[in-house]
Each structure stands twice: as C-alpha cells, then as structure tokens.
Design a protein around this ligand. Structure first.
Ligand code: LLP
Length: 426
C-alpha cells in the first residue's frame, strides 16, 4: 500500500494538505521547505505498527533534524538514532526518551561519548576496537558502564548509489563480521562496557529487500554464535536504509514488507529489534517550494532558472538523484534543464525535464525532499538558509525562520591586527 498524497491539485491550484502552496510562498517566501505533518505521521505510524510495541523504531535524525519534525516522531512513539553531540542534543530537546536513543557513527569524540553516557542512552553502536577502548575509558572516568553493540560489517552489496553504500569492506564502516567473536570477547574483558546487542547498516535508499535479508541472515548467524560464546544479545539493530520512490517506476518495499522481512529473519531470537529509518519517514512528506526567476534558450538547450539552488537541495548535484516537480500550469512544453542560481554547472536539478510551460514568477514544487534536504543545505554563494514550515490540515506553523543575510556571517570575526574591525559581534 502506497502512502496518501499530501500534495494535491484542486481546481488547478496546488495544495499541501489543506493549504494552497501559493499562500505558503506568499507568506513565507521562497525557497521554502514545507513538511506535511500528516505525511510524517502516516509513515511513522505504519512503521511503528509493523514492528510492534516490543521493538524500537529509532528515527535517524540525520535525514531531517528540524526540532518540530523530530518532536512529531518522538510524540508518535519513536526513539532516535543519533551520530553526533549535535544530533543527541536535538533529540533530547525534542524530548526523546534517552532510553530510546542509540548512538551510531564511526568517529565519536571523547566529549561526545561523555555526553551520551551522561544522558543514559540505550546503546552505543561501536565501530572499531579503538573506539571501544575510548568508550570504556570515558565510562570508567564517569563511574558508569556503557551499553554497547558492535556495528558488524557483513560485506554485502546494498545495490544502491556507491556514495551511500556502507556494507562493503571498501568503506570505513563497522567491524568485519568475521571478527565479531574476537571483538566481543575483548569487550567482555573490559570493566566499563556491557555488551547488549549487535548492529548492522548496509546503506541507504535500498529499493530491494534482498541485500538487507542477506545481511540480516549473516547477523543472525553471528548472534547465535555470540550467544554460544556466552554473550547476552538483547538488542538487534538492523540499521536504516529503506528506500523511497524518487521517480516513476521506483517501487520501494512498504514499511510492512520491510518489517515482516526483518521479523522473519531476526525476530524469533528473543531479542528486541531496533531499526533506524531516516529517509523513509521524511522524504515523501517534504516539499521545496521555489519560483521561476528567468528562462533562456541557446541553440542546444532551454534553461529554467529557479530561485532554489544546489545549496538548498544538494542531492541531484551530489548523488545525481532524480527530482520530480509540480507546477500549477499543466500545458505541455519542450524539455528544459531545471537549474538554480549557484555559480556552478552542477547546480542543475534535472536535464531535459518535461516541465510544463511556465512563466517567470511561477511556483515549482519539488516532491520527496523531506530527507537529506534542509539538513544538507548550506550558505554557499552567500545564500541564506531557507525557511521551513509544517502544515497540519489547514494550519501552518513556521518551524524555522528564514536566515537573514547578516546571519550568514554570524560568528565570523575580523583579525585583531586589522586597523578597523568591521565585524560587530566581537
Ligand atoms: N543508520 C545509520 C547507521 C546510517 O548511517 C544511516 C544513514 C541511517 C541509519 C539512515 O538511513 P536511511 O533510512 O535514511 O536510509 N545524504 C545521503 C544519505 C546518507 C545516509 C547516511 N546514513 C542522501 O542524501 O542520499
């Protein structure tokens, strides 16, 4: 079953839930990120229901860390998967229960580990023996015992974009699964870590369950042999990675298919499952509203220049990700290159895109950008970060105000040796 559409056309006008996109653009300006609360909640509740109350859905906050978005998931019953102190503080600010927070990532700094220990997290997913030694040392200094699992690298090809595949030996992630017995045996000799689980994440935007099933089968074998060696494995963290439909023809597994597969493979082991979904909860519930600035043609190409650029939504430039946009006009027109104002040729959202005929000033709404959208935005080319709003029925809440131009240099200082300092925040 696919998800309900939260972007609709009514009498030719585009609506997100019950709010005309035109009103959003007029009230909040463009480029503007818009999140549908109903869209976020539908995705979270289906996954929560599919995994059931005995397992933990830890929202991977990296995909969209806006506090209102995180809070929506936390209130729905999710935990949070974090990878930095910044993400941890956000999760806590959004009132996540620390016992539902798992801490992943290949390079946790000592101060970040300290904060995680202080907060009382559910588990640290450890990615190397060096990191294990650091966690043990920091826990000893704090007089506590750190709950840990090892992130095991199963050497499985996730069959996704190489930049977001994490389950092969050619990438930095995890401990080779064959080394699990030695790693866990070593952990047992340390007095300030307690083994509580295993963890695995093979990549993102997975459109097939097969690689994940392969990885989980390997994880199951590892759990059984670790148990035989006397390790108590109470948690099995299966990572994130469930893909979404970015283009017509993509058919991602449903939340139910995903959970059924995981429960079938590793559900019967007497351990609670943890999953770390990011994209699948946020992508389809987020939109980027932009306007056409200008249009131009040369003998080879037609360009539509938008007021949103690669600094606002970097995925097409970074991963060659396809986009889908909606306009109020539906009059067919010749294909165009959809580009932004940033001074790089890679600031192109799509090449040869079948955009309907548009006029300057028209709205162009990007779909499926709720994940890895705003959180990867930058001020490149001196462009302020866009505003973010959340729609709930006919209500609209601004959940992040647009950055001002002055704020783009907040924190910068002139060197003392300058005769006349110009920064005013010294
Ligand atoms: N858990 C771990 C340990 C991860 O590394 C990730 C994503 C997730 C969970 C969440 O994966 P998801 O459910 O969102 O696929 N910026 C890239 C995606 C990077 C994903 C990194 N790790 C993009 O825009 O495609």
């Amino acid at each position: 079953m696919s998800f309900s559409q939260t972007l609709a056309r009514r009498d030719g006008a585009l609506f997100i839930e019950d709010v005309p996109v035109r009103d959003l653009a007029e009230a909040h300006g463009t480029p503007l990120y818009v999140y549908s609360r109903a869209g976020l909640l539908e995705r979270a509740s289906r996954l929560l229901a599919a995994f059931g109350p005995d397992n933990l859905v830890a929202y991977s906050i990296k995909s969209n860390m806006n506090l209102a978005v995180v809070r929506t998931f936390v209130d729905a019953g999710c935990g949070v998967d974090v990878t930095s102190r910044g993400e941890l503080e956000r999760a806590l600010r959004a009132r996540a229960d620390p016992r539902k927070i798992v801490y992943s990532g290949a390079g946790k700094r000592p101060d970040e580990i300290d904060r995680g220990l202080e907060a009382g997290l559910r588990m640290f997913n450890v990615e190397s023996l060096d990191e294990l030694a650091m966690i043990d040392a920091r826990a000893r200094a704090a007089g506590v015992v750190a709950p840990i699992s090892f992130r095991l690298n199963p050497d499985v090809d996730a069959r996704t974009h190489p930049k977001i595949a994490t389950g092969l030996r050619t990438v930095k992630f995890g401990v080779p699964i064959e080394e699990a017995p030695a790693a866990y045996a070593h952990a047992k000799t340390l007095s300030n870590v307690e083994v509580v689980g295993v963890d695995c994440h093979i990549g993102s935007q997975l459109l097939s369950l097969e690689p994940m099933r392969d990885a989980l089968l390997k994880l199951k074998t590892a759990v059984l042999s670790l148990r035989q060696a006397g390790h108590e494995i109470r948690l099995i963290d299966i990572g994130g990675g469930l893909g979404v439909e970015y283009q017509d023809g993509d058919v991602p597994p449903t939340p139910e298919e995903y959970a059924d597969m995981a429960l079938e493979v590793v559900g019967g082991l007497g351990a609670a499952l943890v999953c770390e979904p990011g994209r699948s909860l946020t992508a389809g519930a987020g939109y980027l509203v932009s306007r056409v600035l200008y249009q131009k043609q040369n003998e080879q190409k037609s360009f539509v220049i938008l007021d949103a650029g690669m600094n606002d939504y970097v995925r097409p430039a970074m991963y060659g990700s396809p986009v889908r946009v909606e306009t109020e006009s539906t009059r067919a027109s010749a294909p165009v290159d959809l580009v932004g104002p940033v001074c790089e040729s890679t600031d192109r959202f799509a090449e040869g895109y079948a955009l309907p005929e548009v006029s300057n000033g028209d709205l162009v709404v990007f779909r499926d950008v709720g994940a890895y959208g705003f959180c990867m935005a930058s001020t490149y080319n001196g462009r302020p970060l866009p505003a973010e709003v959340m729609v709930h029925g006919s209500r609209v809440e601004r959940v992040r105000r647009r950055q001002s131009v002055e704020e783009t240099w907040t924190g910068e200082l002139q060197p003392q040796w300058d005769d006349e300092p110009t920064a005013d925040d010294r």
